[in-house]
Design a protein around this ligand. Structure first.
Ligand code: SF4
Length: 360
């Protein structure tokens, strides 16, 4: 499946831990940016068919419904799509019953809510503009309209003793999909200075295992993602299956015909030449094969041998037999009748598996 990603690089406030491409705005996503997106979509050269659209950011909930509609119309003109999954990331503070209905009327069928925590102290530490009460209200308003939606969480922010209560709150909200990521203190962000406040690896693992325990009824189908049956994120599966995608908007990445490329990361540059690339790299088939394995091993189901053979015209064992055997011997991978997949331990050790595959 081919996916479409649209990056909306505007936020009302800038969270100090965030290293995404974004800039501050006091209003909605501006008209010149939307016009540039339309131009980029119309001029796109690549596949004509797509199965998913994901509006990420930044803050896509700063799009006016009319603009969202214009972008979706442009995508529908450019791509053949049969019942695509259409996700829009939203900031809880932007959610109102009117916005939720308007987005649904535009064709959006999945909302991803950046809740992060249900504790006001943690939300203040993260510099979020919403509080726990508005997050709860937003979840209720989204759940009243959308059958499928995601709740994003961040673990590892102080006070960490607030974490069990946040997880109890999430269980009560009963979202169909949850994504939980550890807080990172990235270089170049204001949080870089707070690096010493990061939890140690053992604590991070415990907090992560708390999520697994709280969401035991969900399918833990990807390292950081949990879904009720039928609610897996189709768009993200494009990445985890290492399939192609087009990225529109400031700083968006594309992966088309083996070429990974990135749009200009400054909006002023993007507006001057929508779709012009600041990076472009043609991957070799060998590199694509390794990435295909690494990405699939993020998934509980792992990599189907038949799928690999159909895609690359050679068996998985012929290409990677010795390294896969070594990773199985270490207890990080296991073989089923049809797939090679991570063990419970390998699920936590995707980076180490990746390093072994790159070195093979
Ligand atoms: S975390 Fe989201 S809302 Fe906060 S600055 Fe980054 S993109 Fe904007």
């Amino acid at each position: 499946m081919f996916g479409i990603y649209v990056h909306i690089p505007y936020c009302r406030t800038l969270c100090p831990y965030c290293d995404f491409v974004k800039e501050r705005t006091g209003a909605s996503a501006p008209a010149p940016f939307v016009d540039a997106l339309l131009k980029e979509i119309d001029a796109f050269e690549g596949p004509d068919e797509a199965g998913s659209i994901f509006f990420g950011g930044g803050t896509p909930s700063l799009l006016e419904a009319g603009d969202l509609s214009r972008i979706l119309d442009a995508l529908a003109r450019r791509f053949r799509m049969a019942g695509p999954e259409i996700t829009t990331e939203c900031n809880p503070d932007d959610i109102t019953p009117d916005l939720v209905r308007a987005f649904q009327d535009c064709g959006v069928n999945r909302i991803s809510l950046g809740v992060q925590s249900l504790d006001d102290r943690v939300l203040r530490y993260l510099g979020r503009r919403h509080d726990a009460a508005s997050a709860l209200r937003a979840c209720d308003q989204v759940a009243a309209v959308f059958d499928t939606w995601n709740l994003d969480l961040i673990f590892g922010a102080p006070p960490i003793d607030a974490w069990p209560e946040t997880l109890r709150g999430v269980r009560a909200l009963d979202p169909p999909h949850v994504a939980a990521y550890g807080l990172t203190y990235e270089a170049g962000t204001p949080f870089e200075r707070k690096k010493s406040e990061a939890v140690d690896d053992d604590t991070a693992l415990r907090l992560y295992q708390d999520v697994e325990a709280a969401l035991a009824e969900y399918a833990h189908y990807e390292i950081s993602n949990f879904a009720k049956p039928g609610h897996e994120a189709k768009h993200n599966l494009v990445y985890w299956h290492n399939e192609g995608y087009a990225g529109f908007g400031t700083g968006a990445y594309s992966f088309v015909d083996g070429i990974r490329a990135r749009n200009h990361v400054k909006t002023e540059d993007y507006l001057r030449a929508p779709g012009a690339k600041c990076e472009s790299l043609a991957l070799t088939v060998e590199e694509i094969k390794v990435e295909t394995l690494i990405q699939h091993f993020r998934l509980r189901e792992g990599l189907p041998r038949a799928g690999y053979a159909a895609r690359f015209g050679v068996s998985l064992e012929a290409d990677f037999g010795p390294v896969l055997a070594a990773l199985q011997a270490r207890g990080w991978l296991e073989s089923t009748e049809t797939n090679v997949r991570p063990t419970a331990e390998g699920f936590y050790l995707n980076n180490e598996i990746g390093l072994a595959l790159v070195d093979a």
